[in-house]
Design a binder for this molecule. Structure first.
Ligand code: SF4
Length: 228
């Protein structure tokens, strides 16, 4: 968990919660310079497309999902078109994606609920989004932040790993990490912070080989391997 008010100092930076927020602001400033176009790798035109792609991208690369999106959304431009399609047809149309049978089922039931409960519109709150089959907080936040531009902390494996390394959370559960980050990242920066940390995790602070020697936030990170 991140430090709570009145809990004393923590981590190698030995700071209070106000200082931790200051550290986060500096991290955002530096990463903004590093990744001025930070965004999701998935390509999408609207919330429905991003929702579908997020479901397909589980245990699959964003690149692969991007490669089938054009044909997929020509055929399925909205939730109604997915509901109308036979399941075996959806399976065929996404068969190049890992776990396509399970994902086809999820897509169909997700779109059924979208049509029945939400009039075919992708909702704008995490609480409503997570009522959709196959949608957890990560996907909900991804759609809300990525498509609607609303404040959203997106905790994928990269954000989880980098946040732990920096020292912003000690949690392993993505939902708990999200709530830790909500406490130290100003709300108006939630989405930007997520995109920046995600990009940093993919390009510099990788899972196997964090490149601390070329990391712009080394002095702000609890796990920096380089002597400063
Ligand atoms: S200093 Fe190293 S561990 Fe910390 S964020 Fe940078 S690359 Fe990751």
């Amino acid at each position: 968990m991140v430090q709570r008010k009145g809990e004393g100092s923590r981590g190698k930076h030995n700071e209070g919660s106000g200082d931790l927020r200051e550290r986060v602001l500096e991290i955002v400033r530096r990463l903004e310079r590093e990744y001025p176009d930070a965004r999701l790798e998935l390509e999408y035109d609207n919330a429905f497309q991003l929702l579908v792609e997020a479901i397909l991208a589980a245990q699959e690369s964003d690149k692969k999902v991007n490669s089938i999106r054009k044909a997929l959304f020509e055929k399925y431009p909205d939730p109604e078109s997915v509901v109308r399609a036979p399941l075996d047809q959806i399976e065929k149309d996404i068969r190049s994606i890992n776990f396509y049978r399970r994902k086809a089922k999820l897509l169909k039931s997700c779109c059924e609920v979208l049509v029945k409960e939400f009039g075919g519109e992708v909702p704008k709150t995490v609480e409503e989004m997570t009522k959709l089959p196959g949608v957890g907080r990560k996907t909900a936040n991804m759609v809300i932040g990525g498509s609607y531009g609303l404040p959203a902390i997106i905790v994928d494996r990269h954000v989880l790993r980098v946040s732990q390394r920096i020292g912003l959370t000690k949690e392993n559960d993505p939902d708990r990490v999200e709530f830790d980050l909500r406490e130290v990242v100003p709300e108006d920066l939630w989405t930007k912070f997520s995109f920046l940390i995600l990009n940093h995790g993919k390009s510099v602070c990788t899972a196997r080989d964090p490149r601390c020697d070329r990391c712009t936030i080394c002095d702000l990170c609890d796990s920096c391997k380089v002597k400063i």
